[in-house]
Design a protein around this ligand. Structure first.
Ligand code: ADP
Ligand code: MG
Length: 250
């Protein structure tokens, strides 16, 4: 087991603020994420979960404040430098976004080959080992349209892992799936967490939040209204909106 070192901050948010016109979605958020931590981001629809996760890798630009990744304020950099920070942060969305005209092997190996991270000669082996991780070795030559939603999402995870990221960001990775496929995707994510991957996961899967997360962040009115260990959060949340939110799930 890798010991989690509480001093090893991988992402720090300082006064992170995001407005869309007059709509203040993130309101001076200060937070720290330690290496190997798993954070689940929960809260009602429209509270800014996607906005927060998109601001972590500058997919969306903050209105003000800083996002410091491995010591570097990424709100202050652009172009090539920003690309290389983004490579360290794998992202998985609700919609799998696989390239439809490429097979599974090509979907996974395209970016690492193009960016010189993989030699073409080693791509097959590396792809196979990623597919083994997500339990899909037999699908290496399949095209996205022949995959189930759960399989496609596992390929999307493998594709993100191909860049050898330090952090994985997930925005409702199982929300578009048929219920019977949710488990296979969560299992892959749980395995990643156990291997020590730093993860930020927006999810409505409270079982995942309870069993896998180190901390739960509950978003309300532009703030992390509650930042707690899952045991604490699910047994007695302090924030009234969190209580209400959990009450509705029962
Ligand atoms: P969540 O993921 O928690 O459902 P979002 O982050 O998607 O919430 O949205 C938070 C708020 O920001 C909502 O009021 C939404 O309408 C607004 N919003 C999100 N993206 C944009 C955008 N690109 N342009 C304008 N408003 C946006
Ligand atoms: Mg969202």
């Amino acid at each position: 087991m890798t010991k989690k070192n509480s001093e090893d901050i991988i992402i720090e948010l300082k006064g992170l603020t995001k407005k869309f016109d007059e709509n203040l979605v993130l309101d001076h958020i200060d937070a720290k994420i330690n290496r190997s931590e798993v954070i689940t981001l929960i809260g009602p629809s429209g509270t800014g979960k996607s906005t927060l996760i998109r601001n972590l890798n500058m997919l969306d630009t903050p209105t003000s404040g800083s996002v410091i990744v491995e010591g570097q304020d990424i709100t202050k950099i652009k172009d090539k430098q920003l690309d290389s920070v983004r490579e360290k942060m794998g992202m998985v969305f609700q919609s799998f976004n696989l390239f439809p005209h490429l097979n599974v092997e090509q979907n996974i190996s395209l970016a690492p080959i193009k960016l010189g991270k993989w030699k073409e000669s080693e791509a097959r082996k590396k792809t196979e080992s990623l597919l083994e991780k997500v339990g899909l070795t037999e699908k290496i030559s399949a095209f996205p349209k022949s995959l189930s939603g759960g399989q496609a999402q596992r390929v999307a995870i493998a594709r993100a892992l191909a860049m050898n990221p330090d952090v994985m960001l997930f925005d409702e990775p199982t929300s578009a799936l048929d219920p019977e496929m949710v488990g296979e995707v969560l299992k892959v994510m749980q395995k990643l967490a156990a291997e020590g991957m730093t993860m930020v996961v927006v999810t409505h899967e409270m079982g995942f939040a309870k069993n896998v997360a180190d901390r739960v962040w509950f978003l309300d009115e532009g703030k992390i209204a509650e930042d707690a260990k899952p045991e604490q959060f699910f047994s007695h949340p302090n924030n009234p909106r969190a209580q209400e939110f959990l009450g509705k799930l029962l």
